[in-house]
Design a binder for this molecule. Structure first.
Ligand code: MV4
Length: 402
């Protein structure tokens, strides 16, 4: 169903048009996906007011966790470890500087409505802090319409580990273990895996229990993710929550055998979860590569256009989630994600072997994709050994910038 012109601001970001389309289609409910209005509380509210189910959490839970400074406050109350930092939003640089000095430099300045690294600055001393705080405030205002900032101690080379949650409308909450999403470039995730190879069983248990506590404190329902930064062996801190299903959810589906989208739909329909925590088992290792229509040899510049040849790998333990095929035209209007390659095997070693084979077999032409970049990553010992953190790609890989 056509809901408007190509530009998202005139179509998929216009809630009234999306709701009108649902009404014309006589849809019972809307699954918001993982972009556009998926984390927009006002959209969830409009669905409710239009008697259309929103497959996700309540508008209230989205607002509470969508504000990152208030999510931090809630986490503290729920005895979930947070990075040393400010309590809530700080309005002025005069008020913020003593807090930063008390935390100790370097500190990271973050936008409470932020995402994708916008409105974020790292300050190494007082002088930088005085310069960066107003800059971040301005950037946050223009990007999110909200200048609110908070500050945290800047952690050195953390790993990004997130816990998947499912919560029904009857008070039952389960976690589906964790994913490591440390491999990213400029805040875009590239490779995700489950379980996190560097997290031991005891830390895993603590992390997952912390996520469930926070979920309960937020009265959260449906699928959600709680993000943590992990430093050292047993130390982790909650940083933010994602109130939507995420791109990387298939790795969790592969290791647990649970269809997360089906669970989301059942929960939204008011059904009970139908299984308990003890029924959720981790089985093997799953790794996902995001296939983007981008040129890794040209600063990851978008590479839209007609796909003339599309040949995907297959076989045991291989999953491809995509809408692309031969003759498909990738438009320049949307995200450059064109597919996900997910492999599942008994061990990380086997998964990596299969992943390498799949990347070699994958044929998408003539548009440029990130496939060659993943082959390069897989050739690095640091990656195959699991020795990487959130700064790995930007630090170690020589990628040309535009
Ligand atoms: C941090 C951090 C270090 N210390 N917070 C990046 C995106 C957002 N979800 C959180 N992010 C980070 N938060 C504390 N307290 C490091 C990152 C981070 C990062 C920061 C600056 C430049 C590049 C980065 C890449 C990955 C993670």
């Amino acid at each position: 169903m056509c809901i408007g012109p190509s530009a998202p601001k005139d179509s998929y970001l216009k809630s009234d048009r999306v709701i009108a389309a649902a009404e014309i289609a006589d849809a019972d409910c809307i699954h918001p996906g993982y972009g556009f209005l998926a984390e927009n509380a006002a959209f969830a509210e409009k669905c409710r007011d239009s008697n259309i189910g929103f497959i996700g959490p309540t508008a209230e839970a989205m607002r509470l966790l969508g504000d990152k400074a208030s999510a931090r406050v809630l986490a503290k109350k729920a005895k979930v470890p947070t990075v040393p930092g400010s309590d809530g939003v700080i309005e002025t640089v005069e008020e913020a500087l003593p807090v930063a000095v008390k935390i100790g430099f370097p500190v990271i300045i973050k936008a409470t409505s932020g995402g994708g690294g916008r409105g974020m600055r790292i300050a190494r001393d007082e002088q930088e802090f005085n310069t960066f705080f107003p800059q971040a405030q301005q950037e946050a205002l223009s990007a999110f319409g909200d200048p609110g900032l908070y500050i945290e101690k800047f952690l050195d080379r953390p790993r990004h580990v997130e816990v998947q949650i499912l919560a029904d409308q009857h008070g039952k909450i389960v976690h589906l273990f964790e994913r490591d999403c440390s491999l990213q470039r400029r805040h875009q995730k590239l490779i995700e895996e489950a379980p996190a190879s560097t997290v031991d069983q005891r830390t895993r248990d603590d992390l997952c229990k912390a996520a469930v506590r926070l979920c309960r404190a937020a009265k959260y329902t449906n699928a959600g993710t709680f993000e943590f930064l992990v430093t050292g062996k047993r130390t982790f801190y909650f940083i933010e929550a994602n109130t939507r299903i995420q791109v990387e959810h298939p790795v969790t589906e592969m290791i647990t055998g649970i269809d997360l989208i089906k669970a989301q739909i059942r929960i939204a329909a008011g059904e009970p979860l139908g299984f308990s925590q003890r029924d959720v088992k981790q089985n093997g290792v799953a790794i996902e590569c995001r296939i983007n229509a981008e040129d890794p040899h040209n600063g990851f510049r978008p590479s839209p256009g007609l796909i003339e040849q599309f040949r995907a790998p297959g076989g045991f333990g291989v999953r491809i989630d995509t809408h692309a095929h031969d003759g498909y035209d990738i438009t320049p209007f949307y995200d450059s994600l064109i597919g996900k390659l997910i492999v599942h095997a008994a061990t990380r070693e086997e998964a990596l072997k299969n992943l390498e084979r799949c990347l070699d077999e994958f044929l998408i032409s003539p548009i440029k994709t990130t496939i060659p970049f993943y082959k390069q990553i897989l050739s690095l010992e640091a990656f195959t050994k699991g020795e990487f953190d959130t700064g790995f790609v930007d630090r170690t890989l020589q990628v040309d910038t535009v």
